[in-house]
Design a protein around this ligand. Structure first.
Ligand code: ZN
Length: 398
């Protein structure tokens, strides 16, 4: 889908005289484009109106950057005006022919002096500069985007700009209106949203566990399941952090006080932050993969066990946050239109997903499930995920 957004912009430059030069460059370029448009149109239309099809064909071929009609015009460096003009004039003439020029109901198009300056999409490079959004253009010119929080479509525009910066939206050939103020007519190619189709009543059950941080299974097709992450991966990083921490703590015992001690304590703080960040990123990655899995398998509902903020403590995983993971799955699902429901966590790991028999003895080991009643054998995490997916004990109060 092609969309156009109007953005107020201004030239960003501290040096006043340089800034004036840059505005002059914009106006001069616009003037050059105006000359170019009219000359190219005359060049082409004249041949069309001659009635000689061959000559018109020949003229269309000749209208390139080196065409005589562009001679002696000072086009701004770096803007690529000539190719933009050529493309536009050919397109416009074709449309005019169709709309009445051929029948004499219309005269040759005349471009106005104020016609916006056309610019290539790839010449508009958007980026963040603190809270501001700036655009790097040609000829070392930078623009600042002017939007205030009070603008009525502030959020929508910021959202759009973010998608441009992260590459989701492609900037196409756009134009700059040059008046007392500058307006960028930004043309964007927005990818069509994939239509969300969920299988009715299909649920993805997600078991949060130890060997795998998460194990997911589809309610009506229990063969479709997947584990996410692994404790080994997690412990490997944990051990590295522990080693570094011990080293600093030992060094700390050897320094009596003063600056050395302060530095070491700061290093410990930094490490704690670093580890925390690592866990957070890991949770981000896991939650994203879980949502993608639900999406691919058309699950419009996700079942999660309800965990308390400090619940699910395990010595091995002391700084692991299931609560955070659960939280991330929650808001990422919502963003994709998937409903998250919390189910009662009791007995999910002790219940046989085949016959429903509940017994602690059903689970001879952490990894293994074997039903005492019907003999059903399955991976324990898989069994729990099936129970969670099919659970009707939904906790309403989140
Ligand atoms: Zn059973």
């Amino acid at each position: 889908m092609i969309a156009v957004r109007k953005l107020k912009i201004m030239v960003l430059c501290d040096d006043e005289s340089k800034k004036n030069e840059q505005y002059k460059f914009l106006r001069d370029s616009q003037y050059a484009q105006y000359l170019g448009l009219n000359r190219a149109m005359s060049f082409l239309a004249k041949e069309y109106l001659s009635g000689d099809k061959e000559r018109f064909k020949e003229a269309k071929k000749k209208l390139t950057n080196t065409c005589e009609c562009y001679q002696n015009i000072n086009f701004g460096t770096g803007i690529d005006s000539k190719s933009q003009i050529t493309q536009k004039v050919k397109k416009d003439l074709q449309a005019d022919i169709k709309n009445g020029l051929a029948r004499g109901e219309r005269s040759i198009r005349n471009y106005r002096r104020t016609f916006p300056l056309i610019t290539r999409g790839r010449d508009l490079k958007f980026s963040y500069n603190g809270d501001e959004i700036i655009i790097k253009w040609v000829n070392k010119i930078y623009f600042k985007v002017l939007i205030g929080r009070k603008d009525k479509n502030y959020l929508e525009l910021m959202h759009t700009l973010e998608k441009i910066i992260n590459g989701e939206y492609k900037v196409c050939t756009s134009s700059i209106q040059i008046d007392k103020k500058l307006i960028l007519n930004l043309t964007l190619e927005i990818p069509d949203k994939v239509k969300k189709e969920f299988q009715e009543n299909r649920v993805l059950g997600v078991d949060l566990g130890i060997k795998f941080p998460a194990y997911a299974c589809v309610s009506d097709n229990t063969y479709v399941r997947r584990s996410f992450g692994s404790i080994d991966e997690f412990l490997k990083v944990r051990i590295q952090f522990d080693k570094r921490r011990k080293r600093i703590q030992q060094q700390l015992q050897n320094v009596k006080g003063g600056k050395g001690r302060k530095d070491k304590l700061q290093a410990l703080d930094r490490m704690r932050d670093c580890e925390r960040k690592w866990v957070r990123n890991y949770n981000h990655a896991l939650s994203k993969r879980i949502i993608d899995f639900a999406f691919r398998n058309k699950c419009g509902i996700i079942h999660l066990e309800k965990l308390e903020k400090d619940g699910f403590k395990n010595k091995l995983l002391r700084n692991w946050s299931y609560y955070e993971l659960q939280d991330m799955i929650g808001y990422k699902a919502e963003r994709e239109g998937i409903v998250v429901k919390y189910v009662e966590p009791a007995y999910t790991s002790q219940t046989c997903s085949k016959c429903g028999y509940v017994d602690r003895e059903n689970r001879p080991s952490q990894e293994h499930f074997l039903c005492k009643e019907c003999g059903f054998e399955i991976n324990a995490d898989h069994n729990a995920a099936i129970n969670i997916a099919r659970s009707n004990k939904v906790i309403v109060d989140k």
